[in-house]
Design a protein around this ligand. Structure first.
Ligand code: G4F
Length: 330
């Protein structure tokens, strides 16, 4: 049987790199859509793919250009398409609502429309987000919880979620969405709070920094390990019927707890180093996200395995190691 062919948007990111490794191990032929600048600056922009770069086929395209997406889909003719690319930093979406909405909504729409006309049998995955729940009326949140996004990022994900469902219902496409709660790893971007904290601890331990400025310490998130979340993406596309699934750990912790554990792991008291910074608060905060992944467990057989404490430790250790400080980590 010929290898299945997967197209991944956002392949250069945390999830894209884990998903690529997972699919390569399953014998997939993998194509990735990347921005042209990434191909011109591979050391920096393709760093997460360094070890597997020679086994991937990368295509230059932009989420803002239907023509470029159309060309890639025509050339690749994928069996499965994993749409991970987005402007994904919630804070930035307050600074530039227009580009967040344009890129995220149009990108998803362009992909769905191109697949519908060029590869209608292709199975499509959309990376939805728990930010779609926003100001949720209940906890834990599940597939039926009312959506109340609190940022243009959240709104763009709601639009992508509805577009995906509509292509499924209107055109019979195998199009599914995951509602992913926060998922982290040592490959997380430095702008997100978990990596900001783990790398901040490493810098303080190395003497390269004396403090860490953070915004809302009381926000609570459901943090899992990204390596496990990409398994759910694949499982969804192996189902006979397309559908939507929450993927989460079901546990939630505050930013303060994350910081306390991360500093404690390095033998430090976070209260000495973490400085509150009002400028880092968001105009509209999502206070508590906690997911109910029972449908994913029941239908997909998906489970999360990494405990919160182990996730924090792994991130701190990797960042310390990167600064050659591993020996000092307890
Ligand atoms: O790490 P964050 O920036 O992630 P956020 O906003 O929850 O979004 C992430 O998870 C979503 C899934 O739920 C994804 F869809 C999205 O793409 C992204 O991956 O912030 C987490 C919390 C927030 O409440 C924020 O206000 O941490 C709080 N926080 C406090 N101080 C901070 C900081 N966040 C950041 N980035 N930087 C701070 O200094």
């Amino acid at each position: 049987m010929p290898a299945k062919c997967a197209l991944i948007t956002g392949i250069t990111g945390q999830d894209g790199s884990y998903l690529s490794e997972f699919l390569l191990a399953k014998g997939y032929e993998i194509h990735g859509m990347v921005r042209r600048v990434a191909l011109e600056d591979p050391d920096h922009r393709l760093s997460r793919l360094r070890d597997i770069r020679s086994r991937l086929v990368l295509h230059a395209a932009s989420l803002e250009s239907y023509a470029s997406i159309h060309r890639v889909i025509q050339d690749v003719q994928p069996d499965e398409c994993y749409h991970l690319a987005a402007q994904s930093f919630v804070s930035y979406s307050f600074d530039d609502e227009f580009s967040t909405l344009n890129t995220n909504i149009n990108g998803t729409h362009f992909l769905l429309a191109a697949l519908k006309s060029l590869a209608p049998q292709c199975r499509f995955y959309f990376a939805g987000s728990s930010e779609m729940f926003g100001q949720a009326q209940e906890a834990p949140q599940h597939e039926g919880t009312r959506l109340h996004p609190r940022s243009s990022y959240g709104i763009s994900k709601v639009a992508g979620f509805h577009l995906t469902r509509n292509y499924r219902e209107a055109y019979g496409m195998h199009a599914s969405s995951c509602i992913l709660f926060n998922h982290e790893s040592p490959r997380r971007g430095f702008e997100f709070v978990t990596r900001k904290i783990s790398s901040g601890v490493a810098r303080i331990l190395a003497g390269a920094s004396t403090e860490l400025r953070l915004g809302n310490l009381e926000a609570k998130r459901d943090w899992g390990h990204a390596r496990e979340y990409v398994e759910a993406m694949w499982l969804m596309l192996q189902q006979p019927q397309p559908d939507d699934y929450v993927v989460a750990t079901g546990e939630c912790h505050s930013v303060r707890e994350f910081a306390e554990l991360a500093f404690a792991h390095a033998g430090l008291d976070y209260r000495r180093y973490v400085k509150p910074d009002a400028d880092l608060f968001r105009p509209a905060e999502v206070n508590l996200l906690k997911g109910d992944a029972s449908k994913a467990r029941r239908v997909l057989g998906w489970t999360c395995r990494t405990r919160f404490e182990d996730l924090v430790r792994e991130m701190v250790e990797q960042d310390c190691r990167a600064l050659e400080m591993a020996a000092k980590v307890r």
